[in-house]
Ligand binder design. Structure first.
Ligand SMILES: *[C@@H]1O[C@H](CO)[C@@H](O)[C@H](O)[C@H]1NC(C)=O
Ligand SMILES: *[C@@H]1O[C@H](CO)[C@@H](O)[C@H](O)[C@H]1NC(C)=O
Ligand SMILES: *[C@@H]1O[C@H](CO)[C@@H](O)[C@H](O)[C@H]1NC(C)=O
Ligand SMILES: *[C@@H]1O[C@H](CO)[C@@H](O)[C@H](O)[C@H]1NC(C)=O
Length: 393
């Protein structure tokens, strides 16, 4: 409790102090997608540049700094522009305030922040969409607009607004951009916006985006291919009709090609085999529909099973998860797995391989988990073989 109160005191003190220095004429410069805070007095000084950040080398887990859209950002700014002597004085005064007075101060600060016209997420999205839609926008500004959208479209309400603002169409257009980094980020934004969002899934499908993204997965530029597959997965996840479009657009062939090509980036193969498991799971849940021939195609099944001999534990694990779902599909007999795909042999070899990995202390726990999964799959396979023997097909 005391700690919370103290930091509130500090926060209020710092913001008030900064406001005293600059008066109320701080405002957001919305003329570009950069979030500039400027006072009439000191141009350059108050500008917090988002462009100092290197924008291209982002990995999936990198935190993006979209600029000045959080309390934290505001606090940083306020600290940087406070007069230390005044700050101390105000902090002492604020600390003497009663609970009610503190509450009142808090409301004042809130009003102050509203006066600062902190742009809403919708406003920020509009700016970014305009930048994307403007053919004169520079490469840097275009990448930045997409990076900002990456953060903005994550909350589900924002993703819905994003569609209404015409954002999906604007981002889909970027998939045709000549610059692979622009295409990569555009696919990433689409994936984020589609995550668990049936409304957006439908809008994106109506834009005919799936075929384009499936082609992008075959890109030689691994980062682009990975983000495109991420978007594809998000669009078709838990949506059977979207999955039908996926197959109609040759998505199954794309998966088959990637899984049977060991030269493909392992990150892409992991995601592909994960998607296979997801799709097989979907098939299991949709019993009313006939199973697609794809799932009985032994060339495809063998490609998945061959992944169990990979030296990448993560890939092996994902392959086992997919096999577990595939084995449960009634349409494919156990004999196909055994005779045409060599699953029994693959499982035996895998056990040997995992035992070797277990000798390595640092990977032992993981290998043991994968071994447990392998045993489950083996048991399931044996049961399927037994059933197949009872009911000849
Ligand atoms: C906003 O930023 C633009 C571009 O940096 C600049 O030309 C313009 O004068 C700024 N406007 C305000 C109100 O500060
Ligand atoms: C497009 O971008 C250019 C260059 O940044 C700018 O001058 C122009 O006003 C923009 N057009 C629109 C419609 O925003
Ligand atoms: C983007 O530009 C196109 C014309 O090129 C226009 O039809 C569309 O409404 C614009 N979208 C937004 C969100 O401004
Ligand atoms: C899947 O997407 C379609 C549009 O293609 C939509 O009509 C349907 O409601 C979605 N289904 C689910 C289960 O989300």
């Amino acid at each position: 409790m005391g700690c919370v109160r103290l930091s509130l005191v500090l926060f209020i003190a710092i913001v008030i102090s900064a406001m005293t220095v600059f008066g109320n004429d701080a405002r957001v410069n919305k003329s570009t997608s950069r979030l500039f805070w400027s006072t009439g007095k000191e141009d350059g000084d108050l500008v917090r540049k988002a462009d100092s950040e290197e924008s291209v080398g982002l990995s999936e887990n990198d935190e993006l700094d979209g600029g000045f859209s959080s309390l934290d950002g505001m606090l940083q700014w306020a600290i940087g522009h406070s007069d230390p002597a005044k700050l101390k004085e105000i902090a002492q005064n604020v600390q003497r305030l009663s609970h009610d007075e503190l509450k009142k101060r808090q409301i004042e600060i809130q009003e102050l922040m509203e006066k600062l016209k902190m742009p809403s997420d919708a406003e920020l999205m509009k700016i970014a969409i305009n930048d994307l839609n403007n053919s004169s926008t520079s490469r840097e500004d275009r990448l930045r607009a997409l990076e900002e959208l990456l953060l903005l479209v994550e909350p589900i309400d924002n993703a819905n607004d994003f569609g209404k603002l015409g954002g999906l169409a604007a981002v889909v257009k970027q998939l045709d951009h000549v610059d692979p980094d622009v295409r990569k980020l555009a696919a990433w934004v689409l994936g984020k916006a589609n995550q668990n969002n049936p409304t957006v899934q439908q809008q994106v499908l109506e834009l005919g985006t799936l075929g384009k993204l499936i082609k992008m997965v075959k890109s030689d530029f691994a980062e682009e291919a990975i983000k495109a597959l991420y978007a594809v997965s998000a669009i078709i996840r838990n949506n059977f009709s979207a999955q039908e479009t996926f197959y109609a657009e040759g998505g199954d062939l794309m998966l088959k090609d990637i899984l049977s090509n060991s030269a493909v980036d392992v990150r892409l193969r992991r995601r592909c085999v994960f998607l296979v498991g997801d799709l097989a799971e979907s098939q299991l849940e949709n019993k009313r529909k006939a199973t697609l021939p794809f799932f009985s195609d032994h060339v495809f099944l063998k490609a998945v099973i061959d992944l169990t001999s990979s030296d990448d534990l993560d890939l092996q694990e994902k392959a086992l998860i997919a096999i577990k779902s595939l084995l449960q599909l009634k349409s494919t007999g156990a004999s196909v797995f055994k005779e045409l795909c060599g699953l029994d042999e693959a499982l035996v070899n895998m056990r040997r391989q995992l035992q070797q990995v277990m000798e390595d202390e640092s990977r032992r726990d993981y290998a043991e988990d994968v071994e447990i999964l392998r045993q489950e799959v083996e048991l399931m396979f044996d049961n399927k073989l037994d059933k197949g023997a009872q009911v000849p097909t």
